[in-house]
Design a binder for this molecule. Structure first.
Ligand code: ADE
Length: 243
């Protein structure tokens, strides 16, 4: 998968995008992340990428021109684009709130282009002409779309086949089946008077599986009960929870 990021702060991405799992995915050739400096595309002789808003008001608005030229360079002609293969997303608090289902959907694309806004926003004609979807990472306002873009990249990267060491680990955890993750323990079995659950030490795979599933339900019910609303409730789980 190829991820292109349009930003005026490409340097913000250098450390985080080289570390850990994302770095490994990039080394393995599973993922390529390329940042593109919007300023490199401006035709303004002073290299400006923003201007005062029409209609007045505080702050600056990013010009449409550098984005149009950068997007044409990255995506080819607007009319030939296939949103099932290549998607242009704008990071903005006005977007739909990002979640695991969206991460999974994006992980199936060949190309994802992330546009990071700054200042008061970007000239709306960029959104009208190029943006397939708007993504927010939560109901709060950050100074720009760079950190949200990194959040999206991280969540998508770890879903790409081959990125995580253990292929099942992305599937088994929180949200992939709509439940929070069960509690984990490791050695020693007794630590400062606190025991690890005996089920986990039993060596019985079925007992361990059942304990974990029950704990996942318990945690979800206690911490995020709204996740259970409208979620399918398979027969096996009903039997397990009725025990
Ligand atoms: N830009 C500023 N705040 C944001 C948010 N919460 N999500 C996505 N992009 C943003």
């Amino acid at each position: 998968m190829k991820i292109d990021v349009l930003t005026i702060f490409p340097e913000m991405f250098t450390g985080p995008m080289d570390a850990s799992i994302i770095g490994r995915a990039r080394e393995k050739g599973i993922l390529s992340v390329n940042t593109h400096d919007v300023r490199a595309y401006t035709t303004n002789k002073h290299r400006r990428v923003d201007d005062t808003p029409f209609g007045g008001g505080a702050g600056m608005v990013m010009n449409a021109q550098p984005f149009f030229d950068a997007l044409a360079a990255l995506c080819g002609p607007q009319e030939q684009r296939d949103p099932l293969r290549s998607r242009v997303a704008l990071l903005t608090p006005q977007g739909a709130v990002f979640n695991q289902a969206k991460a999974r959907e994006l992980s199936g694309l060949q190309q994802l282009v992330l546009i990071c806004g700054r200042y008061e926003g970007i000239d709306d004609r960029v959104r009208q002409a190029w943006v397939d979807e708007e993504i927010s990472i939560g109901d709060y306002v950050l100074t720009g779309g760079e950190l949200p873009a990194m959040v999206v990249i991280d969540a998508v990267a770890r879903l790409l086949p081959g990125t995580l060491g253990d292929e099942t680990s992305a599937e088994e955890e929180s949200f992939s089946d709509g439940l929070l993750e069960y509690p984990q323990y490791t050695k020693p079995a007794l630590f400062r008077g606190m025991e690890a659950p005996p089920e986990l030490l039993s060596g019985h795979h079925e007992a361990i599986r059942r304990w974990r599933r029950k704990e996942a339900f318990k945690r979800t019910y206690q911490k995020r009960p709204e996740l259970l609303i409208g979620r399918p409730f398979p027969f096996d789980d009903r039997v397990l929870l009725a025990e």
